[in-house]
Design a protein around this ligand. Structure first.
Ligand SMILES: N[C@@H](CCC(=O)N[C@@H](CS)C(=O)NCC(=O)O)C(=O)O
Length: 202
């Protein structure tokens, strides 16, 4: 399988870690969707020119992190990272959804600040987006375990999504983490002891 996209993307990194925790071998094409040259390679596999895109061994292309991870789990047997059913599944999916809300708005914030011409910057909108990132992280902070992971002794899919979102914010806009999310920071520190996380940190 070939994964398109860089680890700076919280969505690409999520898929890369998911694969690593399931012991799946993947090739990487670490290309940026916003780079005019590199994006041409991405468009060849994803006409919407976005990452992640995962090219399967049979040539099929999967896009959207949630749909990719759904397929990875469906075909993972005992190594699935989201519980198969019931309340545990619902809760895990909702943590992933909240982490996705944080990550999407953090990415939007980068585009607002780095892609939009400075003359068109809109402080009120940036403040709104910043509040959305902080709000989603605060909800995750409130539910974060004091020890271990949401998945218990080992990370589950929601731990992956949360750490990717948090560390993307840390890498691109650390001021958004002020005054701090100590439980999430501790969760991320525990995750960083695992090579799949440490080896992909942006
Ligand atoms: N909902 C998508 C979001 C993916 C996404 O936002 N990818 C960004 C990189 S972090 C991207 O491709 N940006 C280029 C663009 O949207 O034009 C997913 O979960 O995969």
């Amino acid at each position: 399988m070939i994964l398109y996209g860089r680890d700076l993307s919280p969505f690409v990194r999520r898929v890369a870690i998911w694969c690593a925790l399931q012991d799946r071998a993947i090739e990487r094409r670490k290309l940026a969707a916003t780079d005019p040259v590199e994006s041409q390679e991405i468009t060849k596999v994803h006409p919407g020119t976005r990452v992640p895109a995962l090219v399967l061994d049979d040539g099929a292309v999967l896009v959207e992190s949630w749909a990719i991870c759904d397929w990875l789990d469906e075909t993972a047997g005992e190594r699935r990272l989201v519980p198969a059913s019931g309340r545990a599944r619902r809760d895990c999916m909702q943590r992933i959804a909240m982490a996705t809300a944080a990550a999407e708005k953090a990415v939007a914030m980068v585009y607002e600040r780095n892609r939009r011409p400075e003359a068109l910057h809109w402080p009120d909108w940036q403040a709104r987006v910043a509040g959305q990132v902080r709000g989603a992280l605060a909800a995750l902070e409130a539910g974060a375990p004091a020890t271990g992971f949401h998945g218990g002794a080992r990370p589950d899919g929601s731990d992956i999504a949360i750490v990717c979102a948090l560390q993307f914010v840390e890498a691109t806009n650390p001021a958004l983490l002020d005054p701090g999310f100590p439980r999430l920071a501790a969760l991320a520190a525990r995750a960083m002891e695992i090579e799949a996380f440490a080896g992909t940190k942006p």
